[in-house]
Design a protein around this ligand. Structure first.
Ligand code: FAD
Length: 509
């Protein structure tokens, strides 16, 4: 027997964008909202709320842990962490907080996302409730400080204090983070948007450990969603006004396809009845791929840190571009998970630099392999498959630049030897082979239900985030990104949430 519940709005996914939307809509006491969240609450969970414990969450019980398909030119072993907990990936991640650059938003607008240009988007950053602050003085590790000084000296890039203060094209410095430095606690989407209100708003219902597996459609109208609770109860959660799909770049397209919304031929092949042919669902799978270079240090590194990767660098190799084209995170740990598979050994004490590609050219695809909603979708990022090998070459440049920094004081004095790829690996071909085989993800999948103009066949949502050809349903999460932001995307996702709340008209001021 299945039950039916009814609310004004049903938010599927209490993650990064979903938390913002649920919070904003329920500011109006006359509006009822249900949040369907696959994971448990983060309230009172130190393992989740303590930022520096983020690595302990990877691959654990709060991780959906999606594999990639075979990557002939990349690393086939990458596991894509996606958080199964209130707050979504903002409860799992490193909370590096970059306002997307003006060029990122303008690129969206040029790609058909009318109304999403830099000037219009500025207001949503100002609305964010998260505590966004530079890495605190007490968390600034001596070796990270010396990385910043060395990079500045080696590359002649500006030192940046507060990356969100003004747009930049290059620079090195400590990041802004969404955290509370006094106790190293997260200022995630759930902490900032839901915790203060969830016990006080009778109009907000959060169904935890409840999995949405199929949308309920009546013709072209989304009426609600079928969910299964932790105890195995089946409920139809109906939306009087709208369904808001916020399950993230993997699970939003997955749910659509299991509901018969997606590329017709693919769905038919799997025996899924087609409700609405929408060829773009699952296409345009974006990410920030990175590689790694690891050094052994002369001894232990001081303990203090916000989350072990507190500083970074942006380089612009092509001066014609309005944004950086190479980014580095500096890790105060030897990040050897992928190199170890090639036979490298983890030094007892060490550091890493991870060059990544802010605007990669390769495009991937997410698709189903089974009509069974329990089976994980296939994620084929097609890493390093762009025709000119721009992506592969970018990582080779990254390793060379990282070596220049490592040679420069005050960082050089800390470093005993390069562990991976090692000083003997010098030719472009060899460097490329290494960089691609140990490649990792910065965990930024996006773009699989992209926003676009009416004449873009592959657009899944229009600039008001409404699913094309359907009524009563919008998508708001990282899947609507038409293109990848130069910078880490979480703030962009939160801003999508704020703008979505305004478009829906329920609660934003
Ligand atoms: C390890 C890691 C580190 C990262 N570091 C950073 C960083 O430092 N800075 C940065 O900018 N970005 C970072 N990111 C990326 C960033 O966190 C994400 O891009 C962003 O949080 C995605 O938000 P979202 O709303 O699209 O999805 P999510 O936040 O993933 O929300 C989706 C929610 O939906 C729920 N859900 C999914 N499917 C269902 C279903 N069928 N039924 C019910 N519930 C469902 C999930 O449980 C989840 O809570 C990182 C990501 C990871 C994983």
């Amino acid at each position: 027997m299945s039950h039916t519940h009814e609310y004004d709005y049903v938010v599927i996914g209490g993650g990064t964008a979903g938390s913002v939307i649920a919070s904003r809509l329920t500011e109006n006491p006359d509006v009822s909202v249900a949040v369907i969240e696959g994971g448990p609450s983060d309230v009172g969970r130190d393992d989740v709320l303590t930022l520096r414990r983020w690595m302990g969450l990877l691959g654990g019980e709060l991780d959906y842990d999606y594999p990639t398909t075979e990557q002939p030119r990349g690393n086939s072993h990458i596991r894509h962490s996606r958080a199964r907990v209130l707050g979504g990936c903002s409860s799992h991640n490193t909370l590096i907080a970059f306002k997307p650059l003006p060029a990122d938003w303008d690129e969206w607008e040029a790609a058909g996302a009318k109304g999403w240009g830099a000037v219009q988007m500025e207001a949503y950053f100002a609305r964010l409730l998260n505590n966004i602050v530079p890495v605190d003085e007490r968390d600034r590790n001596a070796i990270a400080r010396d990385f910043v000084d060395a990079a500045q000296a080696a590359l002649d890039v500006p030192r940046v204090e507060g990356f969100n203060r003004k747009p930049f094209t290059e620079g090195v410095g400590f990041f802004d983070l969404a955290y509370h430095p006094e106790n190293n606690k997260r200022s995630s989407a759930s902490v900032a948007y839901l915790h203060p209100v969830m016990d006080e708003r009778p109009n907000l219902t959060i169904l935890l450990e409840t999995w949405a597996y199929k949308l309920e459609l009546d013709g072209d109208r989304a009426e609600g969603v079928h969910v299964r609770t932790k105890d195995g109860e089946e409920i139809l959660v109906k939306a009087r006004n709208e369904v808001l799909l916020c399950a993230g770049a993997v699970d939003s397209p997955r749910l659509l396809m299991h509901s018969g919304i997606g590329p017709k031929a693919d769905l038919e092949k799997l025996g899924i009845p087609v409700a609405h042919d929408l060829p773009g669902v699952g296409e345009n799978l974006l990410d920030h791929p990175e590689s790694v270079i690891v050094w052994e240090t002369n001894g232990p590194i001081p303990e203090n840190s916000a989350m072990d990767s507190d500083a970074g660098l942006f380089v612009r190799r092509d001066p014609e571009l309005p944004h950086p084209d190479l980014m580095f995170h500096f890790y105060q740990i030897p990040f050897t998970d992928n190199p170890e598979r090639l036979g490298y050994q983890r030094p007892e004490f060490g550091v890493s630099m991870t060059p990544n590609i802010p605007k990669p050219k390769s495009r991937g695809r997410l698709y189903l392999t089974s009509a069974d909603p329990e089976v994980k979708p296939a994620l084929d990022f097609r890493y390093f498959t762009d025709a000119d090998d721009y992506d592969g070459r970018t990582l080779v440049d990254g390793i060379k630049i990282a070596r220049e920094i490592a040679k420069t004081e005050p960082l050089a004095g800390w470093l005993k030897r390069e562990v991976a790829p090692g000083p003997d690996v010098t030719g472009d071909e060899e460097l490329s082979e290494y960089a691609r085989k140990v490649a990792h993800t910065v965990y930024h999948p996006a773009g699989t239900c992209k926003m676009g103009a009416a004449d873009d066949r592959l657009a899944v949502v229009d600039p008001e985030l409404r699913i094309r050809g359907l009524e009563g349903i919008r998508i708001a999460d990282a899947s609507v990104f038409p293109t990848m932001t130069t910078v880490n995307p979480m703030i962009g996702v939160l801003m999508v949430g704020e703008k979505a709340a305004e478009l829906i008209g329920g609660g934003a001021k």
